[in-house]
Design a protein around this ligand. Sequence first.
Ligand code: SAM
Length: 400
Amino acid sequence: MAPAIEFPEPFLAFLKENNLSLDEYAFEVPLPRYIRVKPQLAAALDINAVEAELGTPLTKVDWLDGFYRLRGDVNIANSALFKRGSFYGICVSSGVAVHALDVAPDDHVLDLCCAPGMKLCYVADLQGSDGQGTVTGVDLSPDRIAVCKGLLKKYRLERARLFIADGTKFDVYAPSQVGKSAVTPSLLSSGSAIRSHESVIDDAVDLDADQVSLPTNSLSSTIHCIPSRTEAGTGAKTKPFHATRLIRNDPQLKLPSLLYDKVLVDAECTHDGSIVHLLKKAILGWSDIEQNFLNPSRLETLEGLQRGLISNGYRLLKPGGILVYSTCSFAKKQNEDIVAWFLKQHPDAQLEPIPGVDKFPLARSLVNDYPEMDLSYTIRFSPIASRTSGLFIARIRKGK
Ligand SMILES: C[S@@+](CC[C@H](N)C(=O)[O-])C[C@H]1O[C@@H](n2cnc3c(N)ncnc32)[C@H](O)[C@@H]1O
């Protein structure tokens, strides 16, 4: 079968340079798309009604809870149930990156490249509203994070906050206050320098994008943390771009017990495996793909960025916690090479199998040419093998 997309020369050169085959793009057209039903509404949601509204059958994905497959050319945006927030449009391969985190209701989760926010919303849905868990999203792009804020509101997600910041340098720990509960006595007793939380409450955290003048280039290397305010005795606080009411008053304490339970690093990459992205480019033009993603200096910077993101995510992870690294690139340099480099730097870190992996329709792993380590627990989804968008996923456990 011929490739489903006609690629420009620099993209073909990128494939060659990375030993990637054009066959990977000879997928059925249209590739199926996927929706995820909001778990809190799943019991009450009539799937026949969704099918009737979308005008197409939905096939339950039997290897990941809550996901349905549908025809790729169906537009879900006009559906009243979608507008009401009953379901999300998200590829099931992206769902697996979140599933790999094993999110529990009390987990504090950090999502270091969160925008536009489909995975962050899934994390928040898995936490539900009974526990004390929170999700902290970080992204460099003000425009994209504004979309993320819109999703939090649309889907009524209650314990989330968003920062416009460089994920390689982000340094805010998990919230110590959720809802009415204050810092717990055990936390207070573990740090003598901690003041009463009332004295460090930030009362102006729901800053909108238009109130902050920030460059809109998401690939800029400048740090975009909103200017911090120094509090005597507690160090600088970083203002969130947005924080929901229940975690609005976090004093941003830096205690080892406030490291995150789970960290997702869905890293910036060349997007060469993201079918939606490529189909959009095929229609709108390839100019920025050539400039931003496929030139040699950009690719070198990208490798440094990916290393910086995974390293900082790990630094902010609790001992025993789980970090998931994912990209929508097929390139070994951005996937296995980053994970291999990272594991060398952190001998305490363990690559783990992703729960349920035996049921996933995976693409073949690339040849494992790292003689000193076994990367066979990393996985790859592809349009051909999985009928999904491409995604590489690695799950790493931090040593205790
Ligand atoms: C693959 S996308 C993330 C998709 C997102 N996880 C989701 O599920 O919707 C990568 C994101 O990384 C962001 N990014 C690029 N450089 C960054 C940096 N240094 N720190 C944080 N985010 C960055 C981009 O703005 C982009 O939104």
